[in-house]
Ligand binder design. Structure first.
Ligand SMILES: Nc1nc2c(ncn2[C@@H]2O[C@H](COP(=O)(O)OP(=O)(O)OP(=O)(O)O)[C@@H](O)[C@H]2O)c(=O)[nH]1
Ligand SMILES: [Mg+2]
Length: 259
């Protein structure tokens, strides 16, 4: 529980045998429900996750479906759980989310100021030291593009996966249609805007430890990412032509009175 809210964590993992143990152990005690989604890992991710002493729910995809699809699997489980959580947080199985940032991420939601709070590593000065230059470049380009496609002009670091979403916002998303692979955060932002949800950025620490490896091959990611950006942009514009209320969202935050 955090400030009277029941908190769930969704942890997607693909071939994370080397990191998932520490990632699970780091989940703060305030988290009421931990759902680990193993995206058909080829290594010992499942064995390591199930050997942890922390209580968790473990779901395994039969075949690899992508990080976005893994998060959707976790979200569905959170929504279906009896006495289910009020807020669902994503903390990846690669340990790149600092648990010390969790209360700050939850505060705007607990205050009733946001339906979706997301990390922004560019609000922390360490980003220039910690984040590899290739990642800085990619994140800046995608963040600028996502301002236009999502409609949230005040939001940056669109690729940060550290997020907290309310049950209400989760229920407003068509989870069947969320993009299944990289590009899912950009797609979710556009869908949230079309649904009239309030989104805020929260400073979070960039974590790229010595053992950091990436599943992203940048050249191969360009075409699908461009496609998802255009698709989510057109989808948002179409939805907002039908519901003018969402179109009037001023940048990041919509006053509660306007809901
Ligand atoms: N690469 C990859 N990761 C997946 C997949 N399914 C689930 N994941 C998990 O999704 C999380 C994020 O994946 P990463 O490849 O590290 O992507 P990222 O952290 O956004 O980007 P980096 O800056 O490259 O680390 C990790 O916990 C992965 O284990 C998949 O199909 N491919
Ligand atoms: Mg990673």
């Amino acid at each position: 529980m955090y400030r009277g809210l029941r908190i769930a964590v969704v942890m997607p993992a693909f071939d994370e045998a080397g990191a998932i143990g520490a990632a699970i152990a780091s989940v703060p005690a305030l988290v009421d429900h931990l759902v680990v989604v193993d995206d058909a890992s080829r290594d010992a991710t499942a064995r390591v996750a199930l050997a942890q002493t922390r209580e968790l729910e473990f779901i395994r995809h039969r075949e690899n479906r992508g990080v976005g699809a893994s998060i959707v699997t976790g979200y569905r489980r959170v929504l279906a759980a009896r006495g289910g959580a009020d807020v669902a947080v994503v903390m990846a199985g690669d340990g790149q989310m600092d648990p010390a940032d969790l209360p700050a991420l939850l505060d705007p939601v607990a205050d009733g100021r946001a339906d979706y709070a997301k990390g922004n590593r560019f609000l922390r000065p360490e980003v220039w030291r910690e984040m590899p230059p290739s990642r800085i470049f990619g994140n800046v380009v995608l963040s600028v593009a996502t301002k236009a496609t999502s409609g949230y002009t005040d939001i940056f670091d669109s690729q940060c996966g550290y997020t907290a979403i309310t049950r209400h916002a989760l229920e407003a998303l068509d989870l069947d249609r969320v993009f299944p692979r990289y590009g899912y955060p950009n797609d979710i932002l556009a869908r949230l805007h079309a649904a009239g949800m309030r989104v805020v950025d929260v400073p979070v620490r960039p974590v790229y430890g010595p053992g950091w490896t990436s599943g992203i091959r940048a050249p191969a990611a360009v075409a699908p990412l461009s496609k998802v950006l255009v698709r989510s942009w057109l989808g948002r514009l179409r939805a907002e032509m039908k519901t003018p209320a969402a179109r009037s969202l001023p940048g990041a935050v919509r006053p509660r009175a306007a809901r």
